[in-house]
Design a binder for this molecule. Structure first.
Ligand SMILES: Cc1cc2nc3c(=O)[nH]c(=O)nc-3n(C[C@H](O)[C@H](O)[C@H](O)COP(=O)(O)OP(=O)(O)OC[C@H]3O[C@@H](n4cnc5c(N)ncnc54)[C@H](O)[C@@H]3O)c2cc1C
Length: 415
């Protein structure tokens, strides 16, 4: 029987980073997935390492915005009517978590992870020779109305309290950073401490390649075959069965299907998102990700072109793609930046795995010794993958965790 120290199930950015962090501590590690590393949600994100994050996304406060979403006219969100019965309990919890005091609590609870986000990526990139993908020039948030900018007050105050750098700019100040932005916004905020990558898939692949060089193995296998045998966890792989005392489940939006047979049912929601690459007109260029806040999309420069990513779509993970948001937001995006023709005929779709309290689950699986959970990173899986891996590696090896893991535990859902 083949045996290793730890098996990581799921080779997205979260699982791959965790496997590499464990290997860096000297553990024997097997990374197991149905597909090669980085091919699902971690493939197509906007590439932003958002260590600057203060507040999580919140339920729309304005009735006009809610109505626009309900009428399916909003560029920032879409939903499938038949999915609403599933989504409503999650939305109710999200509504409760969006109260101002809860947002402040979440900001405090998440701060230690965000503070460690970029340093851990830098450490893994240095190890993996992937530093060439990293840009340290922040990101830019744009506000078309005075009201949207004014609503930022408490976020900027808390950022100052946390010591996070941010620079409110007028349109000319923003165009000094990104000269090809159109005259469609009234305010901007540059968050210089954020970073971004030019190819999220390549980063995950580089971490996986480094894992292999450190003696880890990357195997094809189905997480559904996980079971207890001879006092260990056992997984069936294409190379045969493999045992380990510790298993990390990092299956992102796919986690609930595997956890349900183990009796673990945590209230994960899905926010689907799409991307499409565009060429830029003439000599237009973008050097860092730019977000059009009121329209809820991001333009991020990637190796493949300018990647336009959409906001949330509330729909079943397996329902056919409905990329209707592009039609609603493209006029605004084209007014903001001179986008030429799309690079691909069909948009890519991914599923953000989201808990309503905007915290991931990182820690022990209740009632299953040796089983660890690392999923539900929502809008921040790329950002938090390496910091999550570091925290789990601390816990699994018995080191002092770099921050208190309690707020991220699965147990919080029992309260
Ligand atoms: C449009 C969009 C933009 C985004 N932008 C950003 C951003 O700028 N910054 C940021 O930090 N985050 C961003 N995100 C979020 C981020 O992409 C996700 O949080 C992250 O990719 C989740 O990673 P993961 O490793 O948990 O999941 P995944 O990448 O989905 O990995 C899960 C893995 O599990 C595997 N798997 C599934 N079933 C099985 C099985 N039965 N057996 C074995 N393996 C299995 C899959 O093949 C997959 O490789 C964005 C997301 C979207 C959709």
């Amino acid at each position: 029987m083949a045996r290793t120290d730890a098996i990581v199930l799921g080779a997205g950015i979260v699982g791959t980073s965790t496997a590499l962090q464990l290997a860096r501590r000297g553990l024997g590690v097997a990374l197991v997935d149905l597909r090669p590393p980085g091919q699902e949600t971690s493939y197509g994100n906007a590439g932003i390492i958002e260590g600057n994050t203060v507040f999580p996304p919140a339920f729309p406060a304005s009735l006009a915005r809610l109505l626009r979403i309900a009428l399916k006219r909003a560029p920032e969100a879409n939903y499938h009517l038949r999915h609403l019965p599933v989504a409503v309990p999650w939305l109710a919890a999200f509504f409760a978590a969006s109260r101002p005091q809860r947002l402040v609590e979440t900001a405090h609870v998440m701060r230690p992870l965000f503070a460690q986000a970029l340093p851990e990526h830098e450490a893994l990139m240095a190890d993996a020779g992937a530093g060439g993908y990293l840009r340290r020039d922040g990101w830019l948030k744009l506000y078309r109305s005075d009201a949207a900018f004014a609503a930022l007050g408490s976020e900027l105050e808390l950022a100052a309290e946390f010591g996070i750098a941010c620079r409110p700019l007028d349109p000319d100040g923003a165009r000094a950073l990104e000269p090809h932005l159109g005259q469609v916004f009234r305010h901007a905020v540059h968050w210089p401490g954020a970073a971004s990558v030019s190819n999220p898939l390549a980063v995950t692949k580089a971490y996986a390649a480094r894992l292999a060089k450190r003696g880890g193995v990357i195997l094809t296998g189905n997480a559904r075959s996980l079971h207890r045998a001879d006092g260990h966890w056992r997984i069936e792989t294409a190379e045969g069965p493999l045992d380990a005392p510790e298993v990390v489940l990092a299956l992102g939006p796919f986690a609930p299907e595997l956890l349900a047979p183990l009796g673990i049912r945590l209230p994960l929601g899905i926010k689907r998102g799409y991307h499409l690459h565009f060429r830029a007109r003439g000599n237009a260029a973008l050097t860092r990700p730019v977000v059009d806040i009121e329209n809820g999309y991001c333009l991020a420069p990637m190796e493949q072109g300018i990647r336009l990513t959409t906001g949330a779509e509330f729909a079943a993970r397996t329902a056919p793609p409905t990329p209707v948001q592009f039609g609603r937001l493209l006029p605004a995006a084209r007014a903001l930046f001179p986008l030429a023709e799309p690079v691909e005929a069909t948009p890519w779709m991914g599923c953000r795995p989201c808990f309503a309290d905007s915290r991931p689950v990182i820690g022990r699986a209740p009632g299953h010794p040796g089983l660890w959970l690392a999923y539900g990173h929502g809008h921040w899986g790329l950002t938090l993958g390496p910091a999550t891996g570091r925290l789990l590696a601390d816990m699994i090896t018995g080191a002092t965790p770099f921050c208190d893991p309690a707020p991220y535990g699965a147990e919080r859902f029992k309260q």
